[in-house]
Design a protein around this ligand. Structure first.
Ligand code: FAD
Length: 255
């Protein structure tokens, strides 16, 4: 391989287009792939949608679309992927019923070629944004809502099945590791870093965006204490807040 592995990729701010593209693909592709949705996967989908409705800091039209989807899933105790696709198709924002984006525009998550990054990166980014929004809303009684919404979606719908198996194995029984919203944000960060560690130098790694323990020293020199090889968690949390808080999201669409 002649492509040089970049040392530390420049950090591009989070763009709303990436988050919308990831939600659109999650519903229009990942859920649609299912032959039948009922029982426990249906419950997981309802939780995923409810999590988005409470914590996704998106445009009204997209939230309206998500409301329509939640209503559909609540009203149908069993449906096929094809039926779900037919239901989603007209949700294009044109008739006021709401929008489930069809776009696949990744800016924050643009890979050095089409086979890299995109949807899985958009999904991680969405998860971090949702966890940060839960932290901002500060309803401590609801500190498990985001991890459970993520877990159920990955377990039942993420079409990279070996990714899902690994994640479920890693995350099951870790619910005791967090007792409040700040710890929940860090739980997600820590588990993402475990995945980064496992995948570093894997064939799936974009050489221009190597999997590093995040944030790299260039991005946050104060996040890591070299003298005892430990993260400084208050600094990490602050860094994540600066990156994933609603106020940091770029909403302007690229032409
Ligand atoms: P990603 O890992 O997708 O991260 C996106 C962006 O988030 C990064 O560019 C960085 O800016 C930021 N970031 C990185 N680490 C952190 C962190 N710890 N906290 C906060 N922000 C961070 N692929 C496989 O090949 N095998 C697997 O087993 C596998 N399991 C997966 C499990 C899950 C739940 C998900 C969502 C994806 C999984 N993937 C797996 C895909 C893989 O993790 C990457 O998403 C994909 O390779 C694209 O990588 P990326 O370089 O865009 O960075």
């Amino acid at each position: 391989n002649t492509v040089k592995r970049a040392e530390y990729p420049p950090l591009i701010p989070v763009h709303m287009e990436d988050l919308e593209s990831a939600i659109g693909y999650a519903l229009r592709h990942e859920v649609v792939l299912k032959r039948e949705v009922n029982g426990q996967p249906r419950q997981a989908l309802i939780k995923f949608l409810q999590m988005l409705l409470v914590y996704f800091p998106g445009e009204d039209l997209v939230l309206k679309g998500l409301q329509e989807v939640e209503k559909y899933v609540n009203e149908h105790i069993s449906f096929t992927g094809d039926e779900f696709k037919q239901f989603l198709d007209p949700l294009d924002g044109m008739d006021g019923r709401g929008l489930i984006p069809k776009s696949k525009n990744y800016i924050t998550c643009k890979g050095s070629s089409d086979k890299f990054r995109g949807f899985p990166c958009g999904l991680w980014t969405l998860f971090h944004v949702l966890s940060m929004e839960a932290f901002r809303q500060n309803d401590q009684a609801r500190f498990k809502e985001v991890p459970q919404g993520i877990f159920g979606f990955i377990k039942n719908f993420f079409s990279c099945r070996y990714c899902a198996r690994h994640f479920v194995e890693m995350a099951t029984d870790t619910w005791e590791e967090f007792k409040d919203l700040a710890e929940m944000v860090l739980w997600l960060w820590r588990n993402h870093n475990k995945v980064n560690k496992r995948l570093a130098r894997d064939a799936s790694e974009d050489p221009q965006h190597p999997k590093v323990q995040f944030p790299a020293p260039q991005h946050c020199p104060n996040c890591y204490d070299k003298s005892n090889s430990e993260w400084i968690l208050e600094q990490v949390l602050e860094f994540l807040q600066n990156r994933y808080d609603t106020s940091a999201i770029i909403r302007q669409k690229q032409a």
